[in-house]
Design a protein around this ligand. Structure first.
Ligand SMILES: *Cc1c(COP(=O)(O)O)cnc(C)c1O
Length: 373
């Protein structure tokens, strides 16, 4: 048997399936949901997450890079796979070999696809990326008509979609969402019918907050993993979702440290009284960021225990003075529920000034994942 770690990132398939259904329910009409499974499924495992979404009815998947699309197809995912960041022209043949749908934003890529398509006698569907206010990847709305016209002149290539992205849809009050949508929509109105293309712009924030922007497809990421993009506190709608990942470990040792004793590197914490300390095999290598030094807290016996001193590479210490029975081998919850208390990725994110997305990616990709039903 393979040697196990003390640390377990546990992913609930039932929660992933629940979230897919919840997002589908929130999405207008019967339009498809593209499940974003980039970044190894936001740390939940791309292959496993895609399997769950697929068996719950999902037929569209989104990844960032070509190599992720190839891997997703090779591991047996059916349906349409979108490669959203474009591709290296030297590797364009892989799009055809693995039947992947490229997102394009430059004419060089379109010409490259035409060459490949002619060479292998196939047709290729492309989706064009528009920048309607994110100021990230894509063509400005004004550039679209000319670009689309140029692409439509190429052989064996079909403009199947027009897409954009929202910078602030997690905030129901942000004006940029409707402004960006108006810009996107005017281009879509003009070109949609001419090319028979679909339009899509809504991410999780827009799925939950802006139903009028759902168009012909939505692209959901964080919501499928159980979190609202702006944090649950900012949006009651987020409570329909179930966090799918938890992270647990075990207590290595419990000891009582005398008063006036410094704890961990730098002695940034000094005990005021005799303190019962539990040593945990979790550190920044395991996705438990060093910024959680003297700030984080964990659950032991259903009670919160604060992190004291610096988080090390593979260990950290917590104060269990008020947890009577705490001892060696006890289960520790770093992320997730224990008894009636919970630590969410939003809680951890708030403590280290980031978002749930980053917490999930870090924890998920740094630890052995275990799947439960
Ligand atoms: C990651 C991603 C999404 C999903 O965003 P969430 O906020 O996680 O829902 C949607 N569209 C594109 C192009 C993305 O890269």
């Amino acid at each position: 048997m393979e040697c196990q770690s003390f640390n377990r990132a546990v992913v609930s398939r039932a929660a992933l399936a629940h979230n897919y259904r919840a997002v589908k329910e929130k999405t207008r009409g019967d339009i498809p949901v593209m499940a974003m499974v980039k970044a190894d499924g936001y740390g939940h495992g791309m292959e496993e997450a895609a399997k769950v979404f697929s068996s719950t009815g999902c037929e569209k998947f989104g990844v960032a890079e070509l190599r992720e699309g190839v891997l997703l197809r090779k591991t047996g995912t059916a349906g349409e796979i979108f490669v959203t960041l474009g591709f290296d022209h030297d590797e364009a043949d892989l799009l055809f070999k693995y039947d992947l749908t490229p997102v394009i934003y430059d004419i060089g890529s379109a010409r490259c696809l035409e060459q490949q398509a002619l060479a292998c006698g196939k047709l290729v569907d492309v989706h064009i990326k528009i920048d309607s206010g994110m100021s990230r990847l894509g063509l400005f709305p004004g550039e679209l008509p000319g670009f689309a016209e140029a692409v439509s002149q190429l052989k064996n290539i079909r403009i199947a979609g027009l897409m954009s992205h929202f910078p602030e849809s997690d905030d129901p009050g942000a004006a940029s969402t409707l402004r960006g949508f108006a810009a996107f929509n005017s281009v879509c109105r003009e070109l949609k019918n001419r090319y028979g293309a679909i339009c899509h712009i809504a991410n999780s924030g827009a799925v939950l907050n802006f139903p009028d922007t759902h168009c012909d497809m939505v692209r959901a990421g964080i919501s499928l993993y159980g979190y609202h993009p702006g944090g649950v506190r900012n949006c009651p709608e987020g409570t329909i979702l179930k966090p799918a990942m938890s992270f647990t470990t075990r207590v290595l040792q419990v000891k009582t440290v005398p008063p006036g004793q410094g704890i961990s590197y730098g002695h940034t914490y000094v005990t005021e009284k005799a303190t019962k300390v539990a040593v945990l095999p979790v550190g920044y290598e395991d996705g438990y960021r060093r910024t959680l030094s003297n700030t984080g807290r964990v659950l032991i016996h259903g009670e919160f225990a604060p992190v004291i001193g610096r988080v090390c590479m593979n260990m950290c210490m917590v104060d269990v003075s008020s947890i009577a029975g705490a001892g060696q081998g006890d289960e520790v919850v770093i992320l997730g529920r224990q008894g009636d208390k919970i630590i969410t990725a939003d809680d951890l994110a708030e403590q280290i000034d980031t978002i749930s997305y980053e917490v999930l990616c870090n924890v998920g990709s740094s630890n052995r994942r275990i799947y439960i039903d």
